[in-house]
Design a protein around this ligand. Structure first.
Ligand SMILES: C[S@@+](CC[C@H](N)C(=O)[O-])C[C@H]1O[C@@H](n2cnc3c(N)ncnc32)[C@H](O)[C@@H]1O
Length: 245
């Protein structure tokens, strides 16, 4: 609790991102990740392996960009920094553990940006990732997170806002000339202790991705984390060369 409060106080973050709730969400995610370290480990290892497989064989290795870099738990930062001339880490919030990791590499740069291309705004991906020198882009378990805060805002929310935000990110990625690695959780499954499925939640709001190159499960909340006799498991998909569904 005290650690969370400290991060809320000392993290440099634009006021708009703080107001929209990005900082709070990041701190909560960090705390859950620490509590669920063992349960999350296989997912994080699978994600890091997928990123490295995706950039294998690239002819040029100038700039690599990681969208939704967060705490760099699923990002093989040292390997990317060794393979590419420059690595840009993009997120709405960079908490101090990620800032310190980034500082260990002279060619790693942090960029703070809101990546949700809501329909009335310019596509942030073309601005951030459309440069001629960008050879590799990773969307690192970001896609399902993009609609969460916009859908939570008070007032009228258009019923298709979630799917439009998801689709806009996918379209933005598909337009890039760089190799794109898309990692995303697609479905949440709630199970009881006998393994019976209690509930399912489509994390991509009806948007379908097609056939992934790799898939695995992520035990997001083991028994006792969100509820004593229920656990939450996410289905994760990896596309090593995303060009659209
Ligand atoms: C599940 S985490 C990804 C995990 C992260 N790759 C890691 O290794 O720790 C999702 C990330 O997306 C970021 N995010 C969510 N909505 C965003 C937005 N609109 N713009 C930029 N980043 C956003 C969050 O701040 C968070 O760091």
């Amino acid at each position: 609790m005290l650690v969370e409060l400290l991060h809320l106080l000392i993290t440099p973050v634009p006021f708009a991102h703080r107001r929209r709730g990005h900082l709070r969400e990041s701190v909560l995610l960090m705390s859950r990740g620490r509590r669920c370290r063992a349960a999350w480990a296989p997912h994080l290892a699978a994600a890091r392996a997928a990123i490295l497989a995706s950039c294998e064989g690239l002819g040029r290795r100038r700039v690599a960009i990681v969208l939704g870099s967060g705490l760099l738990e699923d990002v093989p930062l040292a390997a990317l920094a060794a393979r590419f001339e420059a690595v840009h880490l993009v997120d709405a919030v960079h908490l101090w553990p990620a800032r310190l990791q980034a500082r260990a590499h002279a060619n790693v740069r942090l960029i703070t940006a809101d990546l949700s291309a809501v329909p009335d705004r310019r596509d942030p991906l073309s601005t951030l990732c459309g440069g001629e020198a960008v050879d590799f882009v990773v969307s690192a378990n970001l896609l399902s997170q993009l609609p969460i805060l916009p859908l939570d805002r008070p007032g009228f929310v258009p019923p298709d806002l979630g799917s439009r935000i998801v689709q806009a990110h996918l379209d933005g990625l598909a337009r890039l000339r760089a190799r794109v690695c898309l990692l995303t959780d697609v479905e949440q499954i709630e199970e009881d202790r006998s393994g019976q499925v209690i509930d399912r939640l489509d994390l991509l709001h009806g948007v379908r991705l097609g056939r992934p190159d790799r898939c695995w499960t992520w035990e997001l909340a083991p028994f006792g984390e969100a509820a004593r006799h229920r656990r939450l498991v996410h289905r994760v998909e990896a596309f090593l060369d995303w060009r659209g569904p």
